[in-house]
Write a protein that binds this ligand. Structure first.
Ligand SMILES: NC(=O)c1ccc[n+]([C@@H]2O[C@H](COP(=O)([O-])OP(=O)(O)OC[C@H]3O[C@@H](n4cnc5c(N)ncnc54)[C@H](OP(=O)(O)O)[C@@H]3O)[C@@H](O)[C@H]2O)c1
Length: 205
């Protein structure tokens, strides 16, 4: 689990443990991961400059999940594309094929379905962050991995409802939202579901 200390990452780790998965969390600061569980292993490192730690985290996993992000920053610092250049080779060299990667609705071709108001906001505030995500996804799509790109609409800290819309395209209006808990629910469901293998999937409430 990459980005395990983030708001969505914490939801994914918590729900994965509830589902009795063995979880390896790759984190910069273990103190931010306020979860302890006998099924949770923590590997400390920075994904940008710690290839050995990334390899250690990836080795032997059935799947890798990423909820990496830059928080509220409007600057990407190319973190996601640089991360992808670490993740894909680490997975390929250790024979780990399944990658579920949390992106954002509005990146790449998903932009065509973004309603007017969020589209304007994204163009004004998120151009650099979204360009970085798009570059990372171009690399991922060229890889031989079994990837799924998950494109959530605006994230909230609301509860898990397990009732949401998913699809390669969705007819959305206004300011669609989805809770991080429901994103986690869907992401984890994809570990046992090939419907969106080598595809992007939107998720909204
Ligand atoms: N906010 C929205 O409405 C929205 C909508 C759609 C999609 N998204 C996307 O959904 C994803 C999750 O969002 P979120 O708000 O839940 O995430 P977040 O709270 O910003 O968490 C980002 C995670 O990435 C980690 N990270 C960043 N740089 C790292 C590095 N160099 N090495 C290791 N870890 C690193 C952070 O670690 P630290 O804890 O150490 O900082 C944190 O765990 C993001 O990709 C975001 O762009 C967001």
């Amino acid at each position: 689990m990459l980005g395990a200390t983030g708001a969505t990452g914490l939801q994914i780790v918590t729900q994965a443990l509830e589902r009795a998965h063995e979880v390896t969390a790759f984190v910069r600061d273990p103190d931010k991961l306020a979860i302890s569980d006998r099924r949770l292993r923590v590997v400390t490192g920075n994904i940008l400059d710690n290839a050995r730690a990334v390899a250690e985290a990836v080795r032997g996993q059935d799947a890798v999940i990423s909820a990496l992000g830059v928080g509220n920053s409007r600057k990407s610092f190319n973190i996601i594309s640089r991360s992808m250049r670490a993740i894909v080779p680490a997975m390929e060299s250790h024979g780990v094929r399944r990658l579920i990667f949390v992106s954002a609705f509005g990146v790449g071709e998903t932009r065509r379905d973004v309603p007017l108001v969020p589209r304007i906001v994204q163009r004004l505030l998120l151009a650099d962050v979204f360009a970085d995500k798009k570059a990372s996804e171009d690399d991922l799509r060229r890889s031989g991995l079994d990837w799924t790109l998950v494109y959530p609409v605006i994230l909230t800290n609301g509860p898990r409802t397990a009732k949401y819309l998913v699809g390669e395209r969705l007819d959305l209006h206004g300011l669609p939202k989805i809770s991080r808990a429901d994103v986690a629910d869907f992401v984890l469901s994809q570990l046992e579901d090939a419907t969106y293998l080598r595809k992007g999937v939107l998720i909204s409430d």
